[in-house]
Design a protein around this ligand. Sequence first.
Ligand SMILES: [Zn+2]
Ligand SMILES: [Zn+2]
Ligand SMILES: [Zn+2]
Length: 320
Amino acid sequence: MKMSGKLHGKWRSESRAKSKPGHGSEKPAYSFTPGRIPYIVRHIFEFLKIASKKYVEFVEELIYHLKGGIGLKIRFLGTGAAEGIPSFGCTCPRCTLAREKKGPNVRGRSSLLIEAEDQRILVDTPPEISLQMNQADIFDLTAILLSHEHFDHIGGLTEFEYWNQVLPIFTGYDVLPKLRLTPRLKSRALLSDFHSHSRLHFGGLTVMPFKVIHHVPCYGFEFEAGGARIVHFADSDSALSNLHRHLAQEADAVIFHTPTFDAKRHHLCVQDVLALVQDWSLKHAVITHINHNNINHEELMARVSSMGVTVAYDSLILEI
Ligand SMILES: [Zn+2]
Ligand SMILES: [Zn+2]
Ligand SMILES: [Zn+2]
């Protein structure tokens, strides 16, 4: 009621202000004259605009619930490559810029949290994982998935010997023997291995690991919940197969690790992803795992966002 009163007051003051001198001021404010028609039309137009916006919101909400109402949420806890940015001991321009400007140019080593309903899956445990989880206020996990044995992906695993609950940890059958666990963590972790294309079910969230080429055994993951699908390629080489293409096509988002802008051994680079977006007609690509030889965040955004590529940064949340 308060709002309609305000609208009425606005109507009167506008109609007076636009009246011709000597004529408008003599007429009662509520009288109808042909001169008011533009105002009536404008208010009807504003009403229709609000009504159509509400209608779109209603339809979106309805579709979300028809899809099962859960969807997927991705939280990027760290988005740097092996050294992180700024890399300690490094005074290169990128690391110096990150120290001075902070913000999205500072990148912890890569990890992400996938959430669906009440499930929370942590992908990889970089050395600074306890800091990342404290900053993101994460106090419970359903499980940890590990992509491969490199230090920037598992260096913080032993931090979980102090975790508040028994923790399921999954990794490839050929990665598990490479893990170095403390006796305390061994006694508190439920360690399981998986094979490529097996399916892991966590409530309404399904995860399928798949092999990628790297210089050690390495796994990407496909996440599916409530009709939403995300594919995470981990530290994949640029050598990809039709199998990878089929997984990526039609996915709602595809996450690639791209340390550098131009080609680098054992890894995809930003240029490779730009080519894949076109060749594979990807709906939405996200790049992460970025190192100090890459260009800075703002320039990277300017170079790739028009191609439908999102540049992840620490703390970015995407909801699918
Ligand atoms: Zn890595
Ligand atoms: Zn540097
Ligand atoms: Zn690696």
